[in-house]
Design a protein around this ligand. Structure first.
Ligand code: SAH
Ligand code: DHB
Ligand code: MG
Length: 236
């Protein structure tokens, strides 16, 4: 199946004009010997479309790597928009900053060096938000904590996207000894029970195999009334 998933991803890509700036980022990721765990091109395009759909002016990313997903999202920003992306590895920060500058987005994208657990509270103190879109894609152990901060740094209507919530179906394995996998399982359960958001979880296949993303919209204010129960009641 995996070869067909990849072939279909390549087919989808081939329909769109080729993009040398983004290809250069992937090349730089390989050349620097960094892990090739960026979102796929088709997923990057999804992030771009979602950023446009929610009219994002301020975007937060947790987990930069070489800046591939950041560039896809930042390209959806207006000229005065801003994307802040958090990265713990100084080497990744250097490569990402160079890639972002080469893509012509240095004015809109700020790469912050540090662990997400350190920087997220600082963003709150600085009142850097509210972010219209958050993409969570760092270590999986702390997903629930990152999501909690993301909700606090967002506003009603903000979209929060979380990568890698299916892990080839390993997420079904409740007795997994992998800390990241257990982090994903805890997160998925917390998400479904979180009254602050309305969410869903998508499984995906493609060039990265079988994985998925969670999508959550922050409730509040006039959205507060639209609890799932009330939506059901109105329909019946
Ligand atoms: N979003 C990127 C891929 C990110 S890969 C893309 O799609 O292009 C995950 C990144 O998170 C790695 O670069 C890793 O160094 C970083 N990371 C891991 N733990 C972190 C933490 N605690 N705080 C910040 N970044 C972290
Ligand atoms: C891994 C991390 C990711 O964010 C991803 O999209 C794929 C794989 C990993 O750590 O293996
Ligand atoms: Mg990921």
């Amino acid at each position: 199946m995996h070869t067909q998933w990849s072939a279909v991803d390549e087919y989808i890509n081939s329909l769109f004009p080729s993009d040398s700036a983004l290809d250069a980022v992937l090349h730089a990721t390989r050349a620097a010997g960094m892990p090739q765990i960026n979102v796929s091109p088709v997923q990057g395009r999804l992030l771009h479309v979602l950023a446009l759909a929610c009219n994002a002016r301020k975007i937060l990313e947790i987990g930069t790597l070489a800046g591939y997903s950041a560039i896809w999202m930042a390209r959806a920003l207006p000229a005065d928009g801003k994307l802040i992306t958090l990265e713990a590895d100084p080497k990744h920060v250097d490569v990402a900053r160079a890639n972002i500058a080469r893509a012509g987005l240095a004015d809109r994208v700020e790469v912050r060096l540090g662990t997400a657990l350190d920087i997220l509270p600082k963003l709150a103190v600085e009142e850097a938000g509210p972010f219209d879109l958050v993409f969570i894609d760092a270590d999986k152990e702390n997903l629930t904590v990152y999501f909690d901060w993301s909700v606090r740094l967002a506003r009603p209507g903000s979209l929060i996207i979380v990568d890698n919530v299916i892990r080839g179906g390993e997420v079904l394995n409740s007795s997994s000894s992998d800390a990241g996998l257990q982090g994903v399982r805890r997160f998925n359960e917390a998400l479904a029970a979180d009254p602050r958001v309305t969410a869903t979880i998508l499984q995906m296949v493609g060039s990265k195999g079988h994985d998925g993303m969670a999508l959550a919209v922050v409730r509040g204010e006039n959205r507060e009334l639209r609890t799932e129960n009330q939506e059901l009641r109105t329909r019946n």
